[in-house]
Design a protein around this ligand. Sequence first.
Ligand SMILES: Nc1nc2c(ncn2[C@@H]2O[C@H](COP(=O)(O)OP(=O)(O)O)[C@@H](O)[C@H]2O)c(=O)[nH]1
Ligand SMILES: [Mg+2]
Length: 305
Amino acid sequence: MNSTDFRNLARTISRLEDNHRETVSRIIQLPLDRPQCHIIGITGPPGAGKSTLCNQLLSQLSEKGKVAILMVDPASPFSGGAILGDRIRLNHLAQHPGIYARSLSNRGNPGGVSRWVVTILRLLMDKGFDYLVVETVGAGQSEVKIASIADTTVVVAVPQLGDDIQTAKAGMMEIADIFVVNKADLPGSEKTANMLREVAMDSSGQWKPPVCQTVATSGEGCQQLVEEISSHHTYLVDNNLLEQKRRNAARFELVEMSSWLLHRQLEELLGERQGQLLVSGQVDLYSRLEKAYEAFINSLSEVSD
Ligand SMILES: Nc1nc2c(ncn2[C@@H]2O[C@H](COP(=O)(O)OP(=O)(O)O)[C@@H](O)[C@H]2O)c(=O)[nH]1
Ligand SMILES: [Mg+2]
């Protein structure tokens, strides 16, 4: 891709973010099932070093293929401190010809991932990227949404001085395919890694999440992380689990799109007369909605006929 391609890509993504109808319709018809492409989600609390770690990952992955990174911006009114730092890093990445970096606005979406993120992944997959990295804002429990999108979810923790790893939030533990204890240069790293290893042993699946220790600022341990990420992809492909991951992502996209559409329709189209009916309680709303969704699902099966 040359700089014109990159500019076009940026423009298309902006249109998606602005809910440009034709753009959404076109992109959403692109396949999400390229198995050689790897969607990698990076999550963890703010300040854990996710962005710094992504920088390391990107430069290593870019030696193996075409890489894109989406950073979901904390553009909500509640925060904003991290944006500037991420912007600076983004600019730094943008110098690299093989890497496409894009910051996405979170637009107050409490899930921590912007509404069109899966749709954007379709676009990037279509453009031939091999590695799609999604760094989320890391704002708590709701971050588990990343696990519905990514093939491989990397949960970044930092050394804890106390005994209680639970501070790292139960939900985050369950979604991890790979654990990272970043800032391994700080005291307590080994202890935290051991606690995470115990958590990983308890995981019910066939895949036991490995625990990597990294120093993102120097790059120490990052090569091992890249190897674990590749192993997980291989595991998914070999066990026919990748398709299931992509189905989850597509379902997530559909739910996000539906709820957004619904909001818009209700705001724009719900007139006085219909509003009156809703208030008066004369309509069986539940059955009507159920019927509408049924019709939608049935229309999907017609597509494949
Ligand atoms: N000591 C130490 N500091 C780190 C390491 N990785 C990142 N940092 C610092 O931690 C701060 C937060 O990093 P950042 O990547 O913005 O975290 P994010 O909010 O998770 O994206 C920055 O000041 C980094 O320089 C590390 O491995 N060791
Ligand atoms: Mg960050």
